[in-house]
Design a protein around this ligand. Structure first.
Ligand SMILES: C[S@@+](CC[C@H](N)C(=O)[O-])C[C@H]1O[C@@H](n2cnc3c(N)ncnc32)[C@H](O)[C@@H]1O
Length: 230
């Protein structure tokens, strides 16, 4: 099976316990990281796109922070179904769920005031193409925000992080979701993924102007904020 299809199938398998495992794996910190990412996108009054929305937590944050409308897109239909089930108990209006591939977004150029992605970039088979698509659908002056795992710089925390991601995460995933393989994929998806500085350069190479990032979670998480030139 091609890698993209494998990724889609794997996320489809872990949907039932996806949110619970996220909370357990991060000690609940993922909630705050998504909120910071949503704030960084400056969604107030605008039309936002959340790519790879999964169960739509980041899309809900964008709406809560004042986005006029949020398009929440993912290429995994079971994830979108789980997101759909959350709509009535949260904000039923304002979020439009759509099946879409991050590498071929079905939107015209400059459609969105901001574009976000949470834990997407490690998963795509063509990272520069994904960044180009984010840039293309964003209006000039708009912000693209990526929240994702990032390689930890060498230092005392690196072995600890390695132990956590390679041992603890797969064990938690197996115990809670029954799918150890999916959670072994998580650390392996970080192998070969650019460092936070290199990802900054990639954002610039596809045409973004100012690009900054901040680390969270003992350095294991980065939120990149990239602005499209006016
Ligand atoms: C780790 S989950 C993140 C979900 C959500 N953004 C969050 O913050 O929890 C990764 C998501 O990316 C989606 N995904 C991976 N590759 C994609 C692609 N090429 N196009 C659209 N969605 C993709 C998967 O289906 C999955 O829902």
């Amino acid at each position: 099976m091609a890698r993209a299809a494998q990724v889609r199938e794997m996320f489809g398998r872990i949907v039932p316990r996806y949110d619970v495992v996220n909370r357990l794996m991060t000690g609940g910190q993922d909630v705050g990281w998504r909120r910071v990412a949503a704030q960084a996108a400056r969604p107030e009054g605008g039309v936002a796109l959340d790519i790879a929305t999964g169960t739509a937590d980041l899309a809900f944050d964008l709406l809560r922070l004042g986005a006029r409308r949020v398009v929440a897109a993912d290429f995994c239909v079971p994830m979108l179904s789980a997101a759909q089930r959350k709509l009535p108990v949260s904000e039923p209006r304002g979020i439009q769920l759509m099946a879409a591939d991050a590498l071929a977004l079905p939107y015209a150029d400059a459609t969105f005031d901001c574009v976000t992605s949470g834990f997407l970039l490690r998963n795509v088979v063509d990272l520069p193409l994904c960044l180009r698509e984010m840039h293309r659908v964003l209006r000039p002056g708009g912000r693209a925000v990526s929240l994702d795992l990032t390689p930890i710089p060498a230092g005392p925390l690196a072995p600890l992080a390695g132990f956590y991601f390679h041992r603890v995460v797969p064990l938690l995933g197996r115990l809670v979701s029954g799918d150890g393989a999916a959670y072994r994929y998580l650390p392996s998806s970080l192998a070969g993924f650019p460092t936070a500085d290199c990802l900054t350069d990639l954002f610039r190479e596809v045409g973004f102007g100012q690009v900054t990032y901040r680390r969270f979670g003992f350095g294991a998480i980065a939120i990149h904020v990239a602005t499209k030139n006016e």
